[in-house]
Design a protein around this ligand. Structure first.
Ligand code: ATP
Ligand code: MG
Length: 419
C-alpha cells in the first residue's frame, strides 16, 4: 500500500500511533498513512477505497478485515492565505476547530498532531523515521509532551485532554507538567464536544484494558466529572458503595479484556448509572409513592436522558442496560415458575453478573440479602446445568430448550439444512 503510493510518485509515510507503538514494542491497533496525494488521488489508486470524514476528508482503504486510514498532509489553519480560500479552518468562540480541511506539507502535518510521540513518520523509501518534534527523545524519557502551546491545543480540541490521559496509561508515560497543569482549568471545555464523539472516546478509555487506571486519572483531573455529571457526588466518598461499584466495574472489565472475554458497553453503562438510578427511584417513590417497577422505568428514562446530553449512548446499548436493571428487580423477587423464565431471558447472564457485582460492592445494610440472592442464582444454575432439559419441561414448554448461553432457544429436533 505504501509502495503503491510511492511508486505512483507520491510521498507516503506510516504515521502516528502505529509508529509509536511499534517503537515501544506494542501491538498497533490500526495503521495510519499520511501522504501528499489528495483523497481523490488516493481513491483513483485503490479500488477498495471510500472517502469519509466531515471534519477532515480521509480515504479508507479496506484490506481484508483491516481498514487503513490514508490522510492527506494537513496544513496550518491560521495563515493569511487560508483565510482567502473557502477551505479555511473554522473555529468557534472558544477556539475550537470545527472544520479543518486545509492540505499542507509533511512538516505542517506534524505540527498539527497532538503529542510529540504521535508525530513520528516512518518513510518506506529509505526505512527511516522522521521526527519533527523530538518524539523519540520523549519516548525514551517516557514523557507525554504537547506539540505547541498545550492550553491553545486543548482549546482547539478539548478531546486532547482525554487523549493525554489515555496515552499516559496505555504507554505508561507521565504527563509533562505543561501538559498536566492546564487540564484542571480547561476540563469544562469538554461540554462543547458533541456527545457522539465523547461516546467514542469513552469506549476507547474504558474498553481497552486500562479502564481502572483511566477512571482514576480522569477523576484526579476532573475530566470524569465533566463526562458523567450524575456521578459527581459519589466521587467524593471513595470508601462507599457507589464508588466501590465504579472501581469494581472497571476492574472486572479490564480483567475480561485481558482474558479475551466479550464485553458490552450496555453492561458498563448499566453499572456506571446504577447509583444515580437508585437515587432517582428513591426520590420518585417518596414523592409520588410509585411502585418499584414503575419507579424504575421512569427513573431509567430520566437518568439515561440526562447522561445522553454529554455522552450519546446508542439505543442498542441503552435498551439492554435498562433490561439489566429491570432484571435486578425480577431476580430479587422471583419464585417458582418465574425462575425458569428468567433463566431463559437473553440478558440473564449479564444480569446475573450484575447481581454479583452489586453483592460485592453493597452497602453494609444490603450486603447480606444481596449475597444470599446471588448465591441462590448461582445454585440454580449449577443445578440446571446437570439437567438442562428439566427447566424447559417444568415450564410446560416441551418444545423449547434453554440455549447454552442462557439465551436463544433451539429447536429440539434440528432439521438438517444444506445452505
Ligand atoms: P490509538 O490508535 O492507539 O488510539 P493513535 O495515536 O493512533 O492511538 P488515533 O486516534 O488513531 O490515535 O490518531 C492517529 C494520529 O492522528 C495520532 O497519533 C495523532 O498524530 C493524530 N491525532 C489524532 N487525534 C488527534 C487530535 N485530536 N489532535 C491532534 N492530532 C490528533
Ligand atoms: Mg490509531
Amino acid at each position: 500500500m505504501l509502495y503503491r503510493l510511492h511508486n505512483s510518485g507520491y510521498q507516503a509515510y506510516l504515521v502516528g500511533g502505529c509508529v509509536r507503538d511499534l517503537i515501544l514494542g506494542l501491538h498497533p491497533k490500526d495503521f495510519d498513512i499520511a501522504t501528499n496525494a489528495t483523497p481523490e488521488q488516493v481513491r483513483k489508486l485503490f479500488r477498495n477505497c471510500r472517502l469519509v470524514g466531515r471534519r477532515f476528508r480521509l480515504a479508507h482503504v479496506v484490506f481484508g478485515r483491516e481498514i487503513i486510514e490514508v490522510a492527506t498532509f494537513r496544513g496550518h489553519h491560521d495563515s493569511a492565505e487560508d483565510e482567502r480560500t473557502d477551505k479555511v479552518a473554522k473555529q468557534d468562540d472558544e477556539g475550537m476547530l470545527l472544520r479543518d480541511n486545509v492540505y499542507g506539507t509533511i512538516d505542517e502535518d506534524a505540527q498539527r498532531r497532538d503529542f510529540t510521540v504521535n508525530a513520528l513518520y516512518y518513510n518506506i523509501a529509505d526505512f527511516s523515521i522522521i521526527d519533527f518534534a523530538d518524539g523519540m527523545k520523549d519516548i525514551e524519557a517516557g514523557v507525554l509532551r504537547m506539540i505547541g502551546d498545550a492550553p491553545t491545543r486543548y482549546r482547539e480540541d478539548p478531546v486532547r485532554m482525554l487523549r493525554a490521559v489515555r496515552f499516559a496509561t496505555k504507554l505508561n508515560m507521565r504527563l509533562d507538567d505543561t501538559v498536566a497543569k492546564p487540564i484542571h482549568e480547561l476540563a469544562p471545555l469538554l461540554q462543547n464536544i458533541p456527545p457522539a464523539r465523547l461516546f467514542e472516546e469513552v469506549l476507547k478509555l474504558f474498553t481497552a484494558g486500562k479502564g481502572l487506571a483511566n477512571f482514576e486519572m480522569l477523576v484526579d483531573y476532573h475530566l470524569f466529572q465533566q463526562m458523567f455529571p450524575l456521578l459527581k457526588s459519589y466521587l467524593a466518598a471513595p470508601t462507599e458503595a457507589p464508588y466501590q461499584m465504579l472501581r469494581q466495574t472497571f476492574l472486572d472489565t479490564d480483567t475480561r479484556v485481558r482474558n479475551d472475554q466479550r464485553i458490552t458497553p450496555a453492561y458498563l453503562f448499566a453499572a456506571l448509572l446504577w447509583w444515580p438510578l437508585q437515587a432517582r427511584m428513591e426520590q420518585l417513590s417518596v414523592e409520588s409513592g410509585l411502585p418499584p417497577v414503575d419507579a424504575l422505568n421512569i427513573a431509567a428514562a430520566d437518568v439515561i436522558g440526562r447522561q445522553v446530553q454529554t455522552i450519546a449512548i446508542p439505543k442498542r446499548f441503552s435498551i439492554p442496560a435498562r433490561e439489566i436493571w429491570q432484571l435486578q428487580q425480577r431476580m430479587e423477587r422471583a419464585k417458582g415458575k418465574r425462575i425458569n423464565s428468567l433463566l431463559m431471558h437473553p440478558k440473564f447472564r449479564a444480569a446475573y453478573d450484575f447481581l454479583l457485582l452489586r453483592a460485592k460492592t453493597a452497602t453494609p445494610l444490603e450486603q447480606k440479602p444481596l449475597e444470599q440472592r446471588a448465591q441462590f442464582w448461582t445454585k440454580i444454575q449449577e443445578n440446571t446445568n446437570i439437567s438442562p432439559s428439566t427447566v424447559a419441561a417444568d415450564e410446560g414448554k416441551p418444545n423449547k430448550k434453554r440455549g447454552r448461553r442462557g439465551g436463544r432457544r433451539r429447536r429440539t429436533k434440528p432439521t438438517k439444512k444444506t445452505d
